[in-house]
Ligand binder design. Structure first.
Ligand code: ZN
Length: 225
């Protein structure tokens, strides 16, 4: 019997690759997506397509309205900046307060209920927007926190938070996913897509994605506006 893993799936390029890697490592994958009031809601439809194409055991969607307090260009009435206008030394306004802390907490609850000890998250600290909740130090601390805050510690086991993309650049992620059969035309990454779901081509996320395909020598299937 294969081991169960909860895999966070946004519908973007990174999480799709992360899901494919989890499957390739023999895990039975339970994909978890969040409708959190994000501006780029079309990524949820992408998540459904990605989950179906990679063959998950289940795909669960949880609704949590982070617009209640906003504080981010993705969840509030704040414009998404163009990459060219970003100060690359500070945390950009597309950072969603504590998003990965919230998502990983819910994923831990789901995993504990499922009897899974493994959680996959596609965080990356090479080609990323500088978010604090993508750094290895956060993941290490969360893994301890999840173990202490559940039945795990008393039962003598610990959660494993897998971050297979942590040290890969975007081109390496795309090459890895392509080798594993990820259909990137299904994924959506843009922070500020049009109503029809076309990528803006100007935000930091579009910039990293486009540059990654170019460097990987893989045709970029993204529909740009
Ligand atoms: Zn964009």
């Amino acid at each position: 019997m294969s081991k169960k893993a909860v895999v966070l799936l946004s519908g973007g390029l990174d999480s799709a690759t992360c899901l494919a890697i989890a499957g390739s490592e023999g895990f039975e994958c339970y994909a978890l997506s969040f409708a959190y009031g994000q501006r780029n809601g079309c990524e949820l439809e992408a998540a459904r397509h990605v989950a179906a194409s990679l063959g998950v055991a289940a795909h669960t969607l949880i609704e949590i309205d982070l617009r209640k307090w906003g504080g981010s260009a993705l969840t509030d009435n704040i414009d998404v900046p163009d990459r060219k206008d970003l100060d690359l030394n500070s945390i950009p306004v597309t950072y969603v307060p504590a998003r990965n802390l919230i998502f990983l907490s819910l994923a831990t609850g789901y995993a504990e209920a499922l009897g899974a000890r493994d959680i996959f998250i596609g965080v990356n600290s090479v080609d990323f927007s500088g978010y604090p909740d993508c750094r290895p130090r956060f993941i290490e601390a969360f893994q301890k926190c999840a173990t202490i805050g559940t039945k795990a510690e008393g039962e003598g086991w610990s959660f494993n938070i897998h971050t297979p993309l942590q040290t890969l650049n975007k081109a390496e992620i795309i090459k890895r996913g392509t080798a594993l059969g990820v259909d990137y035309s299904l994924t959506r990454t843009c922070y500020n897509p049009s109503k029809e779901g076309f990528a803006c081509g100007k935000c930091d996320s579009c910039h990293l994605r486009r540059a990654g395909f170019a460097e990987a020598g893989v045709k970029d299937p993204t529909p740009y506006a």
